[in-house]
Write a protein that binds this ligand. Structure first.
Ligand code: FAD
Length: 397
C-alpha cells in the first residue's frame, strides 16, 4: 500500500467528519454506507462545545449557522390541556454557544465539504473482515474486497462493525428504560408556540415547529423494549403507547399515512472497555452512544472524529487509537453519568410523582426555574468541552 488507506463504515455525522480530517492528513479514505442515499431521515440535533469548535475549525460555521433553526417559546401542557409551564426557550438558550440543525442538514454540510480523496460507496456494507498486525482485509456485500491500514466503525449505536469485532451487543448496551419515536406531521397544524409538549406520567409528546422546514413530532415513553420495531409496526405501537392521551396526540397518530417513515428506537448507552481492537476502531454512537438523554451525541461524534484523525495524523501506528480513546473517554464518561441521571428524572412514573413535580415547578419563581435549566444546559456543554483535542488550527490548515 502506498498512502495509508482507511475504510469508514457509516456516512453519518462521525463518519463524514472523520473522512474530512483524515483525507486532509493524506489518508486515502473509503466510506461505505448501507443506505442507498445519504440518510434523509432524522430530526433536529444540537451542536455545541467541542463539536462546535471542530465545525468552526473546518470552516463550516457559516453553513451551520445558515442551516440553524431558531426556537422561540415552549409550552408544556398536561393531558387535559392545562398549562404546566411556558417560557421563551430561544431567549434562554441564546446565552449559550450552540446551533440547532436538522440532522440531514448537518450531514449534507459535511458531505459537501469532502474532497476527491474520499470515495463514498452507497448501498454498501462490510460483510466480513480479518485483521493482522499490518492491516485489515475487508469483504464488502457488493463483492468488492480490499486491504486497508485501518477500519473505523462509525455505523451508529447498533453498529455491525462492533458486533463483528467485539461480539454481541449484550453487555455493551445499557437500556435507559425509554423508547423514542419521531416523524413529520402536516406543516399546517396549528401550534400555540414553537414547541408544544403534552406531558403525562410515563410518556411525553412534543411538537416542534422547525422554521419553514415543517413540524416534527417527538414521543418519548417508558419501555424496556430493546430490539428495533419493524417500520410497518411502528404506527400501531405508537397508537397503543399513547392511547387515552390528549386528542391532539391521538389524532395526529391516527392520521399518519401508512407509508409515513417513523424513526423509533430505544434510548440506550453504549459502554465498552476499549474502543479499538487491533486496527479496527469505533467512533461516535458505535463506541459510546449517549442517547437522546444527552444533547451531545452529534457533538461527541464530531469531536471524536477530529481527535481520532489528529492522532492518526501525528503517528499512524495503532498506538494512535489508544491516545484517541484516552482523550475522549473522561468527557464521554461524565456525560454518560449525567445522561443516566437525567433519564431517571425525565418521565415521572406515577400520577402522584407527576403532579408533585408540576406543583414544585409552578410554586418555584420562574426566574429560578429558568436559571436551573440554563445551568443544567451549561453544565452539559462544559463537560463536552473537556475533550482534549490537539491544537486545532495547525491541523485544519
Ligand atoms: C436516521 C437517523 C436519524 C437520527 N435522528 C436524530 C435526531 O433527530 N436527533 C438526534 O439528536 N440524533 C439523531 N440521530 C442520532 C445522531 O445522528 C447520532 O447520535 C450522532 O450524530 C452520532 O453520529 P454517528 O456518526 O455516531 O452515527 P449516525 O449519525 O447515527 O450515523 C451512522 C451511519 O451509519 C450507517 N450505518 C448503520 N449500519 C451500517 C452498516 N452496517 N454499514 C454501513 N453503514 C451503516 C447509518 O445508515 C448512518 O448513516 C439519528 C441517527 C440516524 C441514523
Amino acid at each position: 500500500m502506498s498512502s495509508k488507506s482507511i475504510l469508514i463504515s457509516g456516512a453519518g455525522i462521525g463518519g463524514l467528519c472523520a473522512a474530512w480530517w483524515l483525507s486532509r492528513s493524506g489518508y486515502a479514505v473509503t466510506i461505505v454506507e448501507q443506505a442507498a442515499t445519504l440518510r434523509e431521515d432524522g430530526y433536529m440535533l444540537s451542536v455545541s462545545g467541542a463539536g462546535l469548535r471542530v465545525i468552526e475549525e473546518m470552516g463550516l460555521l457559516p453553513q451551520l449557522r445558515q442551516a440553524g433553526l431558531s426556537m422561540g417559546r415552549h409550552l408544556y401542557l398536561d393531558a387535559r390541556g392545562r398549562t404546566i409551564m411556558q417560557f421563551n426557550h430561544g431567549k434562554l438558550m441564546a446565552q449559550l454557544a450552540h446551533e440547532t440543525v436538522l440532522r440531514t442538514d448537518l450531514a449534507d454540510i459535511l458531505y459537501q465539504s469532502l474532497n476527491d480523496a474520499v470515495s463514498l460507496q452507497l448501498g454498501a456494507r462490510i460483510s466480513s473482515l480479518q485483521q493482522d498486525e499490518q492491516g485489515v482485509d475487508v469483504q464488502l456485500n457488493n463483492g468488492h474486497a480490499q486491504r486497508f491500514d485501518y477500519v473505523i466503525g462509525a455505523d451508529g449505536f447498533r453498529s455491525a462493525t462492533r458486533r463483528m469485532v467485539f461480539g454481541p451487543d449484550v453487555g455493551f448496551c445499557q437500556h435507559l428504560g425509554m423508547q423514542a419515536a419521531a416523524y413529520w406531521i402536516d406543516a399546517n397544524t396549528q401550534l400555540e408556540d414553537d414547541m408544544v409538549a403534552i406531558a403525562e406520567p410515563r410518556r411525553m409528546s412534543m411538537y416542534y415547529r422547525l422554521g419553514d422546514k415543517g413540524i416534527t413530532a417527538l414521543h418519548i415513553w417508558k419501555s424496556d423494549q430493546a430490539t428495533p420495531v419493524a417500520q410497518d409496526s411502528r404506527k400501531d405501537q405508537l397508537s397503543a403507547q399513547f392511547a387515552g392521551s390528549h386528542a391532539r396526540v391521538t389524532d395526529a397518530i391516527a392520521s399518519l399515512p401508512s407509508t409515513c417513515s417513523i424513526y423509533m428506537d430505544a434510548l440506550m448507552q453504549v459502554h465498552l472497555p476499549d474502543w479499538s481492537r487491533g486496527r479496527v476502531v469505533l467512533l461516535g454512537d458505535a463506541a459510546h452512544c449517549l442517547s437522546l438523554a444527552n444533547g451531545q451525541g452529534a457533538s461527541m461524534a464530531l469531536a471524536g472524529a477530529c481527535c481520532l484523525a489528529q492522532e492518526l495524523a501525528a503517528d499512524s501506528s495503532p498506538a494512535a487509537l489508544q491516545r484517541y480513546q484516552q482523550s475522549m473517554r473522561p468527557g464521554v464518561h461524565a456525560l454518560q453519568i449525567r445522561g443516566r441521571k437525567a433519564a431517571s428524572l425525565y418521565l415521572p412514573d406515577s400520577a402522584w410523582s407527576f403532579r408533585m413535580r408540576n406543583w414544585i415547578m409552578s410554586a418555584m419563581p420562574k426566574s429560578m426555574l429558568l436559571n436551573y435549566f440554563l445551568k443544567s444546559a451549561q453544565e452539559e456543554i462544559h463537560l463536552a468541552e473537556h475533550i482534549q483535542l490537539r491544537q486545532l488550527s495547525k491541523q485544519a490548515a
